[in-house]
Design a protein around this ligand. Structure first.
Ligand code: ZN
Length: 340
């Protein structure tokens, strides 16, 4: 099969890789309907996250089940399925509490590499959620978005306790931030302030339900949020970047007693003790338990209530993945879909 491999920073190639096979009785093999490139794939691509030799890339996926292992009981060949970037059993104590991204038996799909024609899915019964029927091809991008960015933005909104009557500020206008806007709208927020300085992303944020736009960043951005909230700050802040500046901006944009949901992968953020102490805010975040939300999200997509696949503004064949990485790295694209 064809699959994307990172050899060194900036050097992604699509090559022939061995077809995956069932390794554990709980595995399934899927044929990808589409795959995509994530903002977090840019960390190793930029050399910020070191790699050890040639590394298969990709952790987002949806597709048709080809084969299942002997212990798989609910997932069947022929089904269209979506799963999260953490494979999880969905039965352990942490999964049952809704934290499948911390499952006692979790497997990181990035170690398998789903920017490929086929993928092995561990713990198939727990990891995968099937639709009643395979969707039409124009619906596939929406389901693919549910594999990561939709659930990640949604978790940030839930962690930030977004709800009716609340003012929500969203730090970050990448795919996850935009999904945070969509989630806030679906969860009934009264006011949604999107922080963005890019016209195409602003437009999508407004389409997804943003009521206000703030173009300033850092301290100026915080001041603008305060201006819009009678000097108090937002009730709920979604942090979807993961840098020092964005974390501080999120904490300082939040009112005392408010909640910050943070899902940007942080590599260098260090929060000073006094910043935390004086903030009086709740902080909750981390790798999103996307699996928690999949049944609800697949239903919302099937109903046509949400169209998260609109974040894909560049579509390329899998063989041109290298150009997809470049476009994302240079911020020429919000998110790249790879057809298989
Ligand atoms: Zn578990």
């Amino acid at each position: 099969m064809r699959g994307a491999i990172l050899y060194a920073p900036g050097d992604v190639r699509v090559e022939d890789r061995p077809d995956p096979t069932i390794l554990e009785p709980a595995d399934a093999i899927i044929r990808l309907s589409a795959t995509c490139i994530c903002g977090s794939d840019l960390w190793p691509y930029r050399g910020i996250e070191p790699i050890e030799g040639a590394t298969p890339m990709g952790h987002e996926y949806c597709g048709i089940v080809e084969e299942v292992g002997s212990a798989v009981t609910t997932i069947r060949p022929g089904q269209f399925v979506v799963g999260s970037f953490w494979a999880s059993d969905d039965t352990c104590e942490l999964c049952q509490a809704g934290y499948q991204s911390a499952c006692e038996h979790r497997v990181l799909m990035g170690t398998i590499g789903t920017q490929a024609e086929y993928a092995r899915i561990p713990l198939a019964d727990g990891t995968l959620v099937a639709t009643p029927e395979p969707p039409s091809s124009d619906m596939v991008p929406h389901y693919l978005a549910a594999s990561d960015v939709l659930g990640t933005g949604w978790f940030a909104a839930v962690a930030a306790e977004v709800g009716p009557g609340k003012t929500v500020a969203v730090v970050g206008d990448g795919a996850v931030g935009l999904m945070g806007v969509l989630a806030a709208q679906q969860l009934g927020a009264e006011r949604i302030i999107a922080m963005s300085r890019h016209a195409d992303r602003q437009k999508l944020a407004l389409d997804f339900g943003a009521t206000d736009l703030v173009t300033e960043r850092g301290d100026e951005g915080v001041e603008r949020i305060k201006d819009l909230t009678r000097g108090l700050g937002a009730h709920s802040v979604i942090e979807a970047v993961g840098t020092q500046e964005s974390m501080l901006q999120a904490i300082r944009s939040c009112r005392p007693g408010g909640h910050v949901g943070f899902v940007g992968v942080t590599h260098d953020a260090a929060i000073g003790g006094m910043d935390l102490f004086m903030s009086l805010v709740h902080l909750h975040g981390g790798p999103a338990p996307v699996r928690r939300f999949l049944p609800e999200h697949l239903q919302l997509i099937e109903n046509g209530d949400i169209q998260p696949g609109r974040v894909f503004d560049l579509t390329l064949p899998l063989d041109e993945a290298a150009e997809g990485y470049r476009a994302l790295d240079e911020r020429r694209a919000i998110k790249t879909l790879l057809t298989v």
